[in-house]
Design a protein around this ligand. Structure first.
Ligand code: FPP
Length: 235
């Protein structure tokens, strides 16, 4: 499936775990929220760099199902940051031809945030330059569970026999079924784990880990990851 892009050695879909905002702040004796605020600036830089490099899709892990376990002040701060960022950035993304969408369980979010998410998806639906996917209250196990429920409902309705369930049937029910699967996965911040991100979708992705904290990540670090992807694709 990735034959076209491998010919040019450009990943079609990059998925990123943006880690290290807190440690970036701590290393400067600053409160964690400053790290998250800087993290938003990195998101802006990286989205721009990906559009310039003709990456077809970028998926960012903004808030995991596990992030609710953080202190409540930090959770509200991150969610407020989503609200202000969406209000500020959607017009810019739209102007740049970016289609925005969200994956994850929205039910736990405030009405205000859900409304902004719906509006930003509706406003950018027709854009084709790049897909920007924000994984918010997302977990890979949740995603697979939801897909399983959808298939179980089809079986109960008599549309499908259990023996007819194939990986293709599952893949069609999983988030981002309509996009090429990520061919490059990047995690910043030094940890070497997938941490319940896109478990199904990353089956064939090249995994790239870097020590740099997310606020320090930028076009040069992105190019290093793409170059590592290209050299592995060549081999
Ligand atoms: C990772 O650093 C940070 C998060 C998971 C929080 C949310 C992400 C942002 C604020 C970036 C902005 C995203 C959007 C889409 C607006 P960490 O807190 O896990 O850092 P640590 O491991 O050093 O503590």
């Amino acid at each position: 499936m990735a034959i076209d892009s491998n010919a040019e050695r450009i990943p079609r879909h990059i998925a990123i775990i943006m880690d290290g905002n807190g440690r970036w702040a701590r290393s400067r004796m600053l409160p964690r929220y400053v790290g998250h605020r800087e993290g938003v600036k990195t998101v802006r830089r990286v989205v721009e760099a990906c559009t310039e490099r003709n990456i077809a899709a970028l998926t960012l892990f903004a808030f995991s199902s596990e992030n609710w376990r953080r202190p409540s002040e930090e959770v509200s701060l991150i969610l407020n940051l989503f609200v202000t960022t969406l209000k500020k950035e959607v017009a810019v993304l739209h102007g740049n031809g970016v289609r925005l969408r969200f994956i994850g369980d929205r039910a736990a979010f405030s009405g205000k945030l859900r409304e902004l998410i719906d509006e930003s998806e509706a406003c950018t639906r027709g854009n084709t330059r790049m897909e920007l996917v924000i994984a918010a209250n997302y977990g890979g196990q949740w995603d697979i569970t939801e897909a399983s429920k959808a298939i179980a409902r089809r079986v109960v309705a008599g549309e499908l026999q259990p023996d007819e369930i194939t990986p293709q049937i599952m893949a069609a029910e999983i988030s981002l079924a309509d996009l090429p699967p990520p061919d490059l996965f990047i995690r910043t911040g030094g940890e070497r784990r997938i941490s319940n991100f896109l478990l199904w979708q990353l089956a064939y992705a090249e995994l790239y880990f870097c020590d740099c904290y997310w606020p320090d990540f930028g076009p040069a670090e992105l190019d290093a990851a793409v170059a590592a992807f290209a050299s592995r694709a060549r081999r």
